[in-house]
Design a protein. Structure first.
Length: 76
């Protein structure tokens, strides 16, 4: 086997691996993972603007609620 065919084989296998990883990410919808905590916390920021009472522990709690609520949707 010469070097050219060896390199071509590696490139083709890497492309196949990339397609497989993309399919798994699509299947698990992992690319939506940051969306729910950001959406949840943006609503909380609007509430802070209107009603006051900003606190970091509440932001962290809201981000975790958004994250785990998203994860729980996988089980349903």
């Amino acid at each position: 086997m010469d070097w050219f065919t060896f390199i071509i084989t590696i490139v083709i296998e890497a492309k196949n691996m990339k397609e497989t990883l993309k399919a798994y990410i699509d299947l698990t919808r992992a690319h939506f993972l940051p969306a729910w905590p950001i959406t949840f916390c943006s609503g909380l920021m609007l509430a802070f603007t209107n009603y006051g009472g900003f606190s970091w522990p509440l932001i962290i709690k809201a981000a975790l609620i958004g994250l785990f609520g998203f994860e729980a949707g996988f089980c349903a």
